[in-house]
Design a protein around this ligand. Structure first.
Ligand SMILES: [Zn+2]
Length: 507
């Protein structure tokens, strides 16, 4: 079977504008999609993102905006699409939960599970957090406050529909524990967290409906028109509604499913690692290969969120520093599973050190030398770098070039590590800069060591080409502009890639 790669981000809830957290998942997914397109071919990669458009918070937000829910979501979706465009997010499909294809699939899923007896009617009494639209167990709630947002929960009693979670609990624990599923939930700390939760708690069946009196903005249950679907149940189904259909015999068909990777933030791990596998199991659909939960970007001590009012707008950062700088900072500064601290100061530091001093400087000095010594023609352009004789340092660099791709691949496809491959690429760039300083090419030129000088410059060209090839999934524009300057036998020198930011002029 031909290898394919189906990657998803969560569908973002459109009750407000997008922030760094949203862009982090999309940039990571975009990097992996671009990378896999290089390896597997464009036709074998599918990158899905989208928006989650139902539920109470949207009903409320649209009321406040004096718009209908549909008008409201249509407006916010534009902001998301504009941001993805501004960040070079190369998604293949964008699903909205208000689209027909999604509603049709959700109703089919509800119908199948209802007929099967996995959805049943019961009276519900529980502790409900309205802003989070979440029911909590008494054991999860302290001082009658929502464990997520710390606002008061309400006791609610009403007739509702439930999806059997407990029935599948034992199966899920066994599934996660199978050695061949060691990468089902990543990082492994998250897997342990889910297992521990499942081993300690008995899952309560999931309330998947809301009575219409309380909530109108949702997908109607096909067997109970007085109720709409709980927004989380509706949302999760996007991963299959976007890429396939059920047939008359309730069998799901898709060219892309199962997903190789669901990228999510750690705050939605429970829904993705517990509800979602159980929904799929109940539908007799294959499991996704990996659910990866990344960390949060904090501002100081706090998680960035609109309720805390400390949201950084990605567009502002991009306008100020450039797309690739933003992408680089998010992917490099913190290992993907951990929390990071966002500040412009930290970003400027990375910019000056890694981008201006290391990469930008290397490219610029090599272009300058080719211009100065060879009138723009790359020396030994027709020769393979393996065939060129070099000194010990040069040979060392040559061997690093040879293994760079493998090193990048191992980190990216192994554990979704973005920071480490970038570190490896920068290891090569730094070594090349050191090589320039210790070789002192101006002396080679003065002493007429022409063969040595040619070999030296030809190797640096190779370093830049190879690094930029490996960088292209992370920083597509930078890779393109390096290619434009250094892609053929003759250089085409442009402006420095990353002119240093003078810290004294910024506050
Ligand atoms: Zn809450």
């Amino acid at each position: 079977m031909k290898k394919k790669f189906y990657i998803t981000t969560p569908i973002y809830y459109v009750n407000a504008s997008p922030h760094i957290g949203h862009s982090y998942t999309c940039i990571a997914a975009d990097t992996l999609a671009r990378y896999n397109r290089q390896i597997l071919g464009k036709e074998n990669v599918w990158f899905l993102t989208g928006t989650d458009e139902h539920g109470q918070k949207i009903q409320k937000a649209s009321d406040e905006a004096k718009l209908s829910p549909q008008e409201f979501v249509d407006k916010v979706v534009v902001q998301f699409k504009e941001l993805w465009k501004a960040l070079d997010i190369s998604y293949d499909d964008f699903i909205r939960t208000t689209e027909d294809r999604h509603i049709r699939t959700v109703q089919k899923v509800l119908d199948i599970l209802h007929r099967k007896g996995d959805i049943y009617e019961d009276k519900y009494e529980g502790l409900y957090c309205t802003p989070c639209e979440t029911f909590w167990l008494q054991s999860q709630v302290e001082n009658q406050l929502c464990p997520d947002c710390k606002r008061p929960v309400e006791k609610i009693a009403e007739k509702n529909y439930f999806f059997k979670l407990e029935k599948y609990q034992k199966w899920l624990i066994e599934y996660i524990n199978k050695p061949e599923n060691a990468k089902f939930i990543l990082p492994s700390t998250r897997q342990n967290e889910v297992l521990k939760f499942l081993q300690i708690n008995t899952l309560s069946d999931l309330c998947i409906s809301r009575p219409k009196e309380r909530l109108n903005w949702g997908i109607p249950l096909p067997f109970a028109p007085g109720h709409v679907t709980y927004v989380w149940f509706d949302a999760l189904i996007n991963y299959i509604s976007a890429v396939g259909e059920f047939d008359d015999k309730d069998k799901y068909h898709s060219k892309w499913w199962p997903a190789e990777l669901h990228l999510i933030g750690k705050d939605i791990l429970r829904q993705h690692a517990i509800y979602w596998p159980i929904i799929l199991k109940a539908l007799d659909i294959e499991m996704p290969k990996t659910i990866f939960a990344h960390g949060w970007w904090m501002i100081g001590e706090d998680k960035m969120s609109k309720s805390r009012g400390n949201v950084v707008n990605p567009i502002d950062i991009v306008n100020k520093f450039g797309i690739d700088v933003y992408r680089y900072f998010l992917l490099r500064d913190v290992p993907f599973g951990l929390d990071g601290n966002f500040s412009e100061g930290a970003l400027i530091k990375r910019f000056n050190a890694d981008l201006a001093n290391d990469l930008g400087n290397l490219v610029y000095r090599v272009l300058t030398m080719i211009e100065k010594y060879y009138r723009g023609d790359i020396p030994l352009a027709d020769k393979k770098i393996q065939d060129i004789k070099l000194n010990a340092r040069g040979e060392k660099i040559k061997s690093i070039i040879k293994t760079l791709h493998q090193a990048v691949d191992a980190s990216l496809s192994g554990e979704c590590d973005f920071s480490l491959p970038l570190e490896k690429i920068w290891g090569l760039i730094n070594m090349a800069n050191k090589y320039v300083e210790e070789t002192k090419p101006w002396n080679l030129a003065k002493e007429n060591k022409t063969e040595e000088l040619k070999a030296f410059i030809r190797l640096l060209v190779e370093v830049i080409r190879e690094s930029s090839k490996e960088l292209s999934a992370f920083m597509p524009r930078t890779a393109e502009s390096i290619k434009a300057q250094l892609g053929s036998d003759k250089i085409n020198k442009g402006k420095p890639l990353f002119p240093r930011i003078d810290l004294s002029s910024k506050t």
